[in-house]
Ligand binder design. Sequence first.
Ligand code: GUN
Ligand code: ZN
Length: 432
Amino acid sequence: MQVIRGQLLSFNSAPSGEHPSDMLHIEKGALVVDDLGKIVWLGDFSDLPQTHRGLPETDHGDKLILPGFIDAHLHFPQYRMIAAYGKDLLDWLNRYTFIEEQRFSEVAVAGPAAKLFLDELARNGITSCLAFSTIHPIALDALFEEAQSRNMAMASGKTLMDCHAPSGLCDKPETAYQQSTDLIKKWHEKGRLKYAVSPRFAVTSSEAQLEATGALVKENPDLLLQTHLSENHGEIEFVASRFPKAKDYTDVYDHYGLLTENSLFAHGIHLSERELSRLSEAGSAIVHCPTSNNFLGSGLFKLRETASYANGIKVGLGCDIGGGTSFSTLQTMRDTYTVSQLVGSRITAFEAFHMATLGNANLLGIGHEIGSLEVGKMADLVVLDPQATPNMAARHALSKDLHDVLFALLIMGDDRAVAETYIAGKAFKANL
Ligand code: GUN
Ligand code: ZN
């Protein structure tokens, strides 16, 4: 058991406006965490019950303690090919990404990479994620083994691709199905791990493989499904030429039963009204990846318009490393804000923080376990320092209210603003 002290902050619902009511904010707060990493008490430090006094204590002073960041879309094998100078999505994939990902057929590559990748997440306050791996079962094994050793809540799966990529990254529909089935048995619900069915995108899947993917989804309806959708105009045209009978890109996935309440589609920038209606109807989510969209020149995602379309569409946030330019969730929020300004519908800092915590947790189906500070949830935490650099400290002195503090933090902050990251109550950043 331990006590963690600091300024507690957590968002219980999608806040509207600059003064949300459904928020937990305790300036001199404390969390009591048990030996399994669960929050067993939280409140004002002065109200700490007698039974919890005298426990080992870490005091983060004025720093903000929030639920750890959750990243809803990024690529494990791309952690070191960030910042590759590509023309656009398909050029960047062919010239750099597909080359790099082939290296992950070797344990000697995937093992150390998993450690570096998860260290980088911890450095940035990310305690949980939905990640792409590669087609190689050993790469997924390496990632899940490392996540399990850290007691981390993570979802991933073997990437499914069998065409329009180098042979080293293509498998067959039958092996895709069989290996996925074996890996689901091996990893799904082991500790805090979850398996996600992971077809890369319609470009790199044959009809037979999309059929096998649909079978996996049907046989395992509780699994997440992750893929890419409508990111880039060249990609959309190529998909249209490969699937001439489909009404549009979304319909390719729909035809094979891949539009479910557990499906997360990365990007979704250029969707038609018909596609948005179907996504809303199906209850599927779009993951906004603004640093990647900006870097690859993919386009400006209309966050508010999309989220409120028809009966609403769930929208999450992802850094999309290595198309994205930073692991930092603060930087992902910064570009979310900047793009929202460019499309004329400004989001608030509260909305951004909610999306990166409880919002993403709900999309990953683990909102009952993490995403907010509540008794019974796991102590996956990020400790943020709004005064991490001299310029941030100077700016902080001008902040008039909590929204101002958070806004400056997301505009100016990055991994330097992450003072500590706890996974299931264990401090990770201090030991990196
Ligand atoms: N579409 C298919 N694969 C990828 C990928 O690795 N990154 C991005 N940004 N888009 C994709
Ligand atoms: Zn991606």
